[in-house]
Ligand binder design. Structure first.
Ligand code: SF4
Length: 263
């Protein structure tokens, strides 16, 4: 099971009782619309590669190299427990991890449970996160999901994708991140980086994030699945960059199928 990382107020992070009246109001309040999940739209959309499929030996080789280079990859969203991880992922839609961390360090210091978040109230939550894009809608979602966790899940983050997806602001990607990082499930969350790497390399071509997610789950051996999501995100974020991929220092440049790779 993934170790929950206790967040520190580091300069540059590596890698994330309710009053009866409030509870009643919560039950009747209409949940805010889910913030849009980060889609793979910002970067130029890579076309799925039609080149020769990867062999299992090649896939094994790629992930062995990732593992040798970084045996314990960490996510970069700071969090204290599954609840704060869930909130951080919801806040990260269309925002950078670093930007979310700057806001959540102070927020999580005073509210690391759904009960404390509700006690804080939507206006105060909004003040804490106002440096993050879409903060008004996100503050609504954080309050609404906290209310729902208390009302329906005993204040705990549920452990199934279907249940997490019912929470305001949480979609499939959020559920996959939480299941993987908080509960050690072999899920594959596809963000813009994973989408690009899956397509460019030809490892898991797909026209949308779900196709890439299912493609990666199909080809990646189980022994690598716990960390595969982080290896691919980090590879996309720091090496296989959207506009100027650093093919010359890429660990897998001999195996990559992208016709435009520069080596
Ligand atoms: S060789 Fe270039 S395009 Fe292929 S995975 Fe590496 S950085 Fe990305």
């Amino acid at each position: 099971m993934a170790k929950i990382i206790r967040a520190k107020a580091a300069k540059k992070p590596r890698v994330p009782s309710v009053p009866a009246k409030s509870a009643k109001r919560a039950a009747t309040k209409k949940p805010a619309k889910a913030a849009p999940q980060p889609a793979a739209k910002k970067s130029p959309k890579p076309k799925p590669q039609k080149s020769r499929s990867w062999t299992s030996a090649e896939i094994h080789e790629v992930f062995s190299r990732f593992r040798n280079a970084n045996p314990e990859p960490k996510g970069e969203l700071e969090h204290l427990n599954p609840y704060t991880l869930l909130v951080a992922v919801v806040l990260s839609a269309q925002a950078t991890d670093a930007g979310v961390n700057r806001a959540t360090r102070a927020l999580f210091a005073v509210a690391d449970t759904p009960e404390k978040m509700l006690a804080l109230g939507e206006d105060t939550v909004r003040d804490y996160i106002k440096t993050i894009g879409l903060y008004r809608n996100k503050a609504k979602n954080v309050i609404a999901l906290s209310e729902k966790l208390i009302a329906e899940f005993g204040g705990e983050v549920p452990r199934t994708r279907a249940e997490i997806e019912t929470l305001p602001g949480a979609g499939r990607k959020t559920a996959n991140v939480v299941l993987n990082m908080a509960f050690g499930e072999h899920t594959m969350a596809v963000d813009t980086h994973v989408f690009r790497v899956g397509n460019r390399t030809g490892m898991a071509p797909g026209n949308n994030v779900l196709e890439v997610e299912l493609g990666l789950e199909k080809v990646i051996p189980s022994e690598f699945m716990l960390h595969a999501h982080h290896w691919l995100i980090l590879h996309g974020r720091y090496t296989c960059l959207a506009r100027k991929p650093r093919c010359e220092v890429c660990l897998i440049n001999d195996l990559c199928r992208w016709p435009e790779k520069t080596v």
